[in-house]
Design a protein. Sequence first.
Length: 309
Amino acid sequence: MAVGNAKKQVTRDMSAGDKRPVKPLEFDGPLPRPTRDMNQIRADLDRAGYAIAAEVFSTAKAQEMRNFLAAEIDREEAIDEERVRRFYTDNDDLNRRMSGAQLVNRHPFFRDILEHELPLHITREILGPQTLDESYLVHSYGANVTRPGSAQQGIHRDRSGAIPLSAGAAQTRFIWCLDDFVEENGATRMVPGSHRDIEPQSWTVQYESVPAEAPAGSVLIYTDLLLHGTGANVSTDLERAGVIVGYCPPWWKPMINFPMTTDPDVLKGSSRILRQILGYSSVAVGFEEPWTYAPKAVQDLIVPPEMEW
Ligand SMILES: O=C(O)CCC(=O)C(=O)O
Ligand SMILES: [Fe+2]
C-alpha cells in the first residue's frame, strides 16, 4: 500500500492492454526528498533504498553539460542513429543514450564526476573494505536522455540474477541529474523498500513505483538491490538527461574496459584515484599481471591499486 507522499504509477502509466498483476508498494513513511544532509542521505538509503543528494553541482553546470551532451548525441546521430538509441534495455526508439566510454573522452566534467567525493564516500560506506584495500571500479557508465513520448523502462535491478539478493549490495549507483527530474519528463521510478526484498525481480508483475523528482544539480543514489527504471516521458516538450554511474568492488568485471576505450591523452595529469577507478592497475587482488602488449601511452598510466583515501 502506498502511503505518505507516494505517487502511484500503475493507474496512469501502464497501458490498458497490460494485464500483468500489480504488486502494490509496501512502503511506510515519507519518501526521500532532495537533501544536503549526509545523515539524511544515509537514513534514506537505509530505509527506502535510495536517496536524493541536492545541490551537488550547479544548475549552470548542469545546463552547460546537458547542452554539450545534446550536441554530442546529435553529432553521433548524424553519422548513425543506432549509436545512440535502441539500447537493449530500452522499450522504444525515442530516448537517447551515450556510452560512458565516449563521455570520458569528450569532456573533463564526465571524468571529474567519477572521482567526486560524494559517490566515492557513499561507495566506501556501502560496499565496505576491500581485499588489500584495492580500489573500487567504475562498473558501468552512460547518459540516458528521455524525450517527449519515450516509454517507461521495465522496472528492474542493475544486478545479475546470478548473485543472490542475500549477498547484499554489489554495486552503488548514482544518477547525475542534468535536467530537473519530474514525473512528467520521466524521472527515474523507484520501488522504495525493494532493497529489502528477498524474491528476485519478475517481468510478469507490474511494480507500483514512485518518481524520484529532483532539481538539476542533484544526484540520485541507490544500489543494485533497488527496483527502479526510467519513467515514461509524457510531456510534449521536456527532455530529461541523466548520467548514470555504477561502482563495484575490484573483483567484478566492469562493463567498460576503460584502458581500451579511453584516449590516453585525456588522462595525462589525471589523479591516481581516477585511474584506479577506471581500472588502470595491472595488479588485481594482489597479483601483478603485466600489461605486456598494451601501448606505451596506456602503460604509462598504470597506477598501484591501493586506495589512499
Ligand atoms: O535513466 C534512468 O532513469 C534509469 C535508467 C536505468 O535504470 C538503466 O538504464 O538501468
Ligand atoms: Fe537501471
